[in-house]
Design a protein around this ligand. Structure first.
Ligand code: SF4
Length: 289
């Protein structure tokens, strides 16, 4: 049996990858909307423990082509340690093709371009980063730890040093008051960053988080499903870089998928159709994280 410190999260596109927990929890763990790792105290696992996990996985699964390094932001580890983990992974799984991990913007900013290049060349060549919003005030409010300019810098630095970058933004994160500005400024940050993959999630208020407490106090006014689609439309209409765009997460009211820019008109028409036919939207009780 593989040993996991639950709960374990991974991007939907890593559903078929071997999950190796290189870290437990998230070193940042402060975002006001996020409850994913609140119950975990952040720590890095030791190299020997990680090697044992891989050897056990080899016995169970045999061939492994893709590894996702969990938890929250395994990319925060020292580059040398990450390189050693990848070296061991290639030793245990000679057929390995790709290693990926979650990264906070600060983790990327804290590494030198040379370190990122070395990691990319070693096989860790896909990072998942939560952009959440491009709105400076909202980034500050949700305690993301960086402003919009630093967010763009982090994304560009990863891409310019060879990484594939997949980012998520969260519709509804600014509530009713910030909806339009959140959409437009997020599009602006994405346009500057130009990530290869862009996914839009929809806010789910998680009990126990600061944002949920704000909602309970009546200080946060969530969007309804139609307002959420309108916000997404405001954002998508401004996106002007080539990317694989997805909005097909369990949190979303209306599944969308396409390549930008060529599918933009289709995505916008689908959003218009969804707004005209609210009965087709995913019901609240079926939404999930
Ligand atoms: S959103 Fe990401 S960076 Fe923020 S606390 Fe959650 S896992 Fe950590």
């Amino acid at each position: 049996m593989l040993r996991y410190d639950e709960p374990v999260f991974r991007p939907p596109s890593e559903a078929r990858s071997l999950i190796i927990q290189a870290t437990i929890g998230c070193s940042h763990n402060r975002c006001t909307f996020c409850g994913s790792y609140r119950m975990k105290k952040f720590k890095e696992k030791g190299i020997e423990e990680i090697r044992e996990d891989m050897i056990i996985a080899r016995r169970i699964f045999g061939e492994v082509k893709r590894i996702f390094l969990a938890d929250g932001n395994a990319f925060t580890m020292d580059s040398e340690k990450l390189l050693e983990i990848i070296r061991i992974a290639k030793e245990v799984f000679p057929e390995l093709e790709r290693v990926s991990a979650y990264a906070c913007p600060a983790d990327i900013l804290n590494k030198s371009p040379q370190e990122i290049k070395m990691l990319t060349e070693s096989g860790l060549n896909l990072l998942y980063m939560g952009v959440e919003t491009g709105h400076d005030g909202l980034l500050n409010e949700i305690k993301k730890g960086v402003d919009a300019q630093e967010m763009v810098e982090a994304g560009r630095k990863a891409i310019e040093n060879g990484m594939k970058l997949s980012v998520t933004v969260i519709t509804g994160l600014g509530g009713k008051e910030l909806s339009y500005d959140h959409a437009k400024e997020t599009a602006e940050v994405l346009n500057q960053m130009k990530p290869h993959f862009t996914a839009a999630l929809t806010l789910i208020l998680v009990p126990g988080t600061p944002l949920h407490r704000k909602y309970e106090r009546g200080e946060f006014h969530p969007l309804n499903p139609l307002e959420t689609l309108q916000e997404l439309r405001w954002m998508v209409e401004d996106l002007n870089y080539p990317t694989v765009f997805r909005c097909n997460h369990a949190s979303n009211y209306l599944p969308l998928k396409g390549n930008l820019p060529e599918d933009k008109e289709r995505l916008l028409s689908t959003l218009d159709y969804g707004m005209a036919h609210p009965e087709l939207l995913r019901p609240e009780f079926l939404r999930g994280l």
